[in-house]
Design a protein around this ligand. Structure first.
Ligand code: SF4
Length: 290
């Protein structure tokens, strides 16, 4: 059985920078804290824990050392709290997220009611809403944006990992309920490229395995895309979660990882899929000749 890798895989540049900055901080011998998991990937989280990096939920849990802000960014109040507590801050917020935060603040400063396309509980959205001013809205589904009130001035931005089609649909709707509208397209082009790669893969195979943290928004979006194209799509975090029955009857399967999935995890899954595929193929041939 063949395993076809998508043409886009491995860390995006934002995740790569966040992991490298955390590892470099750990090398200094100081006490290093990640404010939330640096990326939504269990393998990387374990690797950093082995190097002594502590994951904290709240700045108050750190009384000395370094706090690393992850690629998702934080609201301004959290940044201030790190300073107020006298902690060293390493800011690994992705440059694209910083750009989205700047645009969100600009919209609020110019008097627009900010509408954010995103998952309310996602940390990146928590960061964005810290810049969005009073009366902002967070919407994720068509049902939700159809309930938005009429607005004089509406400003629209997006969480980086939202699908471009949803952003376009939201903007089209807001145009019908706002007298004036300003839009900053803050959908991440790296995740868009990854989504295109997933669609290309889905054109070539019936079954796709998607590797990435279960809480990773961009990974879940790849699973949704494959399903929307009528493919069998399985979301796993580690190679040992791969099940032989998913591969039964397949000559070729597709494999893609989220933006926070390291290449070595993906290659482990590839090796296990090839091994399981060979075993499943032999068993099927033996059953056919029996
Ligand atoms: S997915 Fe995009 S916005 Fe998010 S960290 Fe990667 S490059 Fe940055």
């Amino acid at each position: 059985m063949h395993v076809l890798l998508a043409r886009e895989n491995g860390f995006c540049f934002g995740v790569k920078k966040a992991v490298e900055l955390t590892e470099a901080a750990a090398e200094t011998g100081k006490r290093v804290h990640n404010l939330g998991q640096v990326v939504h990937n269990p393998t990387i989280s374990r690797r950093l824990a082995d190097r002594g990096v502590h994951v904290i939920k709240d700045v108050a849990q750190a009384d000395e050392g370094v706090v690393v802000i992850r690629a998702h960014g934080v609201p301004p109040a959290v940044r201030k709290e790190i300073e107020d507590r006298g902690l060293e801050c390493i800011d690994a917020t992705c440059s694209l997220v910083l750009r989205a935060q700047r645009f969100t603040k600009q919209l609020a400063d110019e008097g627009y009611t900010v509408v954010i396309l995103g998952t309310p509980e996602h940390p990146e959205v928590a960061g964005l809403r810290g810049y969005a001013g009073d009366g902002h809205h967070i919407v994720e589904t068509q049902d939700e944006w159809e309930k938005l009130p009429k607005m004089k001035k509406a400003g629209v931005v997006s969480q980086s990992t939202q699908p471009p089609w949803a952003f376009t649909a939201l903007v089209a709707h807001v145009a019908t309920i706002a007298q004036e509208m300003k839009v900053f397209n803050t959908v991440c082009p790296v995740t868009v490229k990854r989504q295109h790669a997933a669609s290309e893969l889905a054109e070539q195979v019936r079954t796709i395995v998607v590797v990435g943290g279960k809480n990773s928004a961009n990974t879940r979006e790849l699973v949704n895309l494959a399903k929307m194209q009528g493919r069998n799509a399985y979301h796993i975090e580690r190679a040992d979660e791969l099940r032989p029955e998913w591969l039964a009857g397949e000559d070729t399967i597709g494999l893609i990882g989220g933006c926070s999935t390291p290449m070595d995890t993906l290659l482990e899954v590839k090796r296990r899929a090839e091994t399981l595929g060979a075993q499943t193929g032999s068993a099927e041939r033996a059953a056919a000749t029996a």
